[in-house]
Design a protein around this ligand. Structure first.
Ligand SMILES: NC(=O)c1ccc[n+]([C@@H]2O[C@H](COP(=O)([O-])OP(=O)(O)OC[C@H]3O[C@@H](n4cnc5c(N)ncnc54)[C@H](OP(=O)(O)O)[C@@H]3O)[C@@H](O)[C@H]2O)c1
Length: 272
């Protein structure tokens, strides 16, 4: 799907780098068809060495003749980067942006009239190929564009499609999700240590427990409540623990956390 296409990546930082790695190791593209532009010369050298991609410090040079342009700079740099590229971006190019909070209309209005844009909200585990990304098409992007964008992000995890108005919710759930889970793992690992386990043993046991439980949920064969019932025998240990979590209102705390993060995403984007 991407073979033979020229890809430009503007911003080869953590996320840009992870996507380049995913596309190349997944065999989606040949390194020589990917041009990465970044202001950080050392980072460009690193990417040229490790991924064998073409690198440049000139964003305009990267987008020249590109079929797909991936914006992976910080949201606060987007206005300046786009303004400098307006006119240089081929009208035939598909633009994909992962800049948190930056609307497709923002890009469409500033880059080129009629430009096809897909907005994506990935998350941090994309760095190890286990990301969760939500995609929304802009006003001019078509089904094939969305398919191509999903193909790219499928190389670093799973993808779903959502209406753009739900991007704040995605940010509050899966965008911030790894942060919540790290806190949960931290607390469980401490609990294991309190119960006498060595720190490393405790961390390994609980991390794998979360991973295993998450994999069962991803299979989609049974809803989480049913899986929970399967491991909760009457009068048993899991029931004793779950009773405390319900009494201490863990469920409500998690819902409030996602609500707060969703609200904050809207505030940062000037939507509330
Ligand atoms: N990391 C995540 O978990 C995550 C999750 C969801 C969405 N995102 C989105 O992904 C985007 C990138 O995040 P990141 O974590 O990968 O950031 P990052 O590591 O800082 O990468 C951004 C890269 O862009 C470079 N850059 C800055 N100004 C530039 C310009 N004018 N032209 C070309 N390159 C420029 C930066 O160089 P310097 O270091 O020299 O500034 C840096 O190498 C953000 O918009 C963020 O919202 C990230």
């Amino acid at each position: 799907m991407l073979k033979g296409k020229k890809i430009a990546v503007i911003g080869g930082g953590k996320m840009g780098g992870a996507l380049i790695q995913g596309m190349i190791s997944g065999g989606l593209v040949n390194p020589e068809s990917v041009t990465v532009a970044d202001t950080d010369e050392a980072r460009l050298g690193e990417l040229a060495r490790s991924c064998k991609v073409v690198v440049t410090a000139d964003n305009g040079e990267a987008v020249r003749g590109a079929d797909v342009i991936l914006f992976a700079v910080k949201p606060q740099n987007m206005a300046e980067v786009i303004a400098a590229l307006a006119g240089a971006v081929p009208l035939s190019a598909l633009v994909i942006s992962i800049a948190a909070g930056i609307a497709t209309t923002f890009i469409e209005e500033r880059l080129r009239p009629g430009i096809r844009v897909v907005r994506v909200m990935p998350n941090m585990p994309a760095l190890i190929g286990e990301g969760a990304a939500a995609l929304s098409p802009g006003a001019f992007a078509n089904e094939a564009d969305l398919k191509l964008a999903r193909h790219i992000f499928d190389s670093v995890g799973i993808t779903v499609e959502v209406k753009e108005e739900l991007m704040d919710a995605v940010t509050g759930l899966s965008g911030s999700g790894p942060g919540y889970v790290f806190l949960i793992i931290e607390a469980f690992a401490d609990a294991g240590v309190r119960m006498g386990l060595a720190p490393e043993t405790s961390l390994r046991l609980i991390s794998q427990s979360l991973l295993g439980a998450a994999k069962l949920c991803l299979r989609g064969e049974k809803p989480p409540a049913e899986l929970r019932a399967m491991v909760t025998s009457p009068g048993g240990t899991t029931l004793a623990g779950l009773k405390v979590l319900e009494e201490r209102k863990l469920r409500e705390a998690l819902i409030s956390a996602v609500e707060a993060a969703t609200r904050r995403s809207a505030e940062l984007g000037g939507r509330k």
